[in-house]
Design a protein around this ligand. Structure first.
Ligand code: UDX
Length: 446
């Protein structure tokens, strides 16, 4: 009989994983402690913006007309323990308040709540991003608490999905990494992932610490790549060079590669910033802090980008934001997402507001979340509305719709046609041709 799967925690990671498991043909039960989320998901609705996810959910969630009915959601832990052969733990591990380390309380609570209910053979699979050493600790906890004893086993299976591509990344991952303590666990995971494995997805079998580290190492590398190109942007600005050309040219070397070399206001979101900090904190605990001191620099280069954008904007406003109207295009930390966690765009908007500027923000999907975090900013219903009467326009999240804006038309709407591209994705030529003063981070002024 086919394995029955549960997914604990239904955020970006869990909701997508649950729907993807149903797509692969499994019976799936998702659990969340937030009743409203469970109700929403059960009705075939996704509590965040993620392209393709709602369609996939509706394709499988029981009760939606025409669905496979293989996917259900609950708040009941007994039901989950009873249902699952494989339990995926997908809860959040945010940064601790006022500390670099990551907050393991949701993962710990999930194991502590589930384990005492596990009275038959099963595999508990952690997917959350955790400090190295957590899996070994949680495996001991599971062994202590589960009535099934050694029959309830732990594995670690980090997830590399990107927001905005969550469905694609989950259904067609570029690799599957598992940290296991037994052949049995590996066998179960090969069964779960039989479809992607059949289509050639690399399967890396490792021990617990290596599997945990793969995730943090990958994110540390990506963050480093972005901060590297942003450091080059600083040099380009000082020397009169063009970082976009530079990135293109070094990117032709396939040892370097073109991806993740887009200079601008830097990285944000719920993963990269907190993951590099948690990684540093953990290295410190392990007595290996020297190995990761470079990540401190990666972090400060990144944070400097936001301050630099504020400076560029202030300069363009005549050295003061007082009495100036600033239009901010973008609030989400990246396009195709409504996630504003640690968003560079909102951070810049907030800083300018605090310095006395009148900031109006527009984002295609992130407005509701942005309003919750920064209720004191103004929000416009469209890019054009945000730009009306603006002294300066800041392009801070690279939504495709901003590339389609008409510079000529918008020049008539603003008070002063002055734009700063904080993402290096707008083409300066048409903007300048339409009379705009166009600046971009790390590129020559004209
Ligand atoms: C990241 C990892 O990519 C993913 O593998 C992991 O599972 C979770 O963390 P995500 O947070 O969705 O995914 O965003 P990502 O696409 O990595 O972008 C992160 C940030 O870097 C965004 O703010 C983005 O705008 C910025 N970025 C990205 C750049 O500034 N320049 C680039 O060249 C690429």
């Amino acid at each position: 009989m086919s394995l029955r799967i549960t997914v604990i925690g239904t955020g970006y990671l869990g909701a997508t994983h649950a729907a993807a498991m149903a797509e692969l043909g499994f019976e799936v039960l998702g659990l969340d402690v937030v009743k409203e989320k469970v109700e929403l998901l059960s009705a075939g609705r996704v509590p965040m913006y993620e392209p393709g996810l709602e369609e996939l959910l509706r394709k499988h969630v029981a009760g939606v007309e025409g669905s496979s009915g293989r996917l259900r959601f609950t708040t009941d832990w007994d039901e989950v323990a009873d249902f699952g052969d494989v339990h995926f733990v997908c809860v959040n591990t945010p940064q601790k308040h006022g500390e670099y380390g990551c907050d393991m309380s949701y993962v710990d609570a999930a194991i502590d709540t589930l384990a005492p209910r596990l009275d038959r053979p099963c595999l508990v699979v952690g997917k959350s991003t955790v400090p190295v050493g957590s899996a070994a600790r949680l495996a001991r906890r599971l062994a202590e608490l589960a009535p099934a004893g050694a029959q309830a086993e732990l594995a670690w299976n980090p997830e590399f999905l990107r927001e905005g591509f969550a469905v694609e990344d989950t259904l067609r991952p570029d690799r599957i990494v598992v940290g296991v303590a037994s052949e049995r666990a590996e066998k179960v995971l090969r069964e779960v992932y039989a479809a992607p494995l059949d289509s050639g997805t690399p399967f890396v079998v490792a021990d617990y610490p290596t599997a945990e580290l793969v995730k943090t190492a990958a994110n540390a590398f990506l963050a480093t790549k972005i901060s590297f190109i942003n450091a080059m942007a600083e040099i380009c600005e000082a020397a009169g060079g063009d970082v976009v050309k530079l990135a293109e040219a070094i990117g032709y070397d396939d040892r370097i590669g073109k991806k993740f070399l887009r200079a601008g206001v830097g990285f944000g979101g719920g993963c990269l910033p907190k993951d590099i900090r948690a990684f540093m904190a953990r290295a410190g605990e392990l007595g290996a802090d020297q190995a990761l001191t470079f990540l401190r620099e990666v972090d400060s280069i990144n944070m400097r980008r936001r301050a630099h954008m504020v400076e560029l904007a202030r300069e363009a406003c005549g050295e003061t934001f007082l009495g100036r109207r600033i239009a901010v295009l973008g609030a989400a930390f990246k396009p195709d997402s409504d996630d504003v966690r640690d968003s560079p765009a909102l951070n810049v908007a907030g800083q300018i507001h605090l310095q006395g500027g009148q900031v109006t923000v527009y984002d295609p999907k992130g407005m509701e979340n942005a309003r919750r975090v920064f209720p004191t900013l103004s929000y416009a219903a469209s890019a054009e509305d945000a730009l009306r009467g603006a002294d300066i326009v800041l392009h801070l999240t690279e939504w495709p719709e901003f590339r389609a804006l008409d510079p000529g038309r918008l020049a008539q709407v603003v008070s002063r046609p002055h734009l700063i591209d904080g993402r290096n994705t707008l083409d300066p030529v048409p903007w300048r041709a339409a009379g705009w003063t166009f600046r971009a981070m790390g590129r020559p002024a004209a």
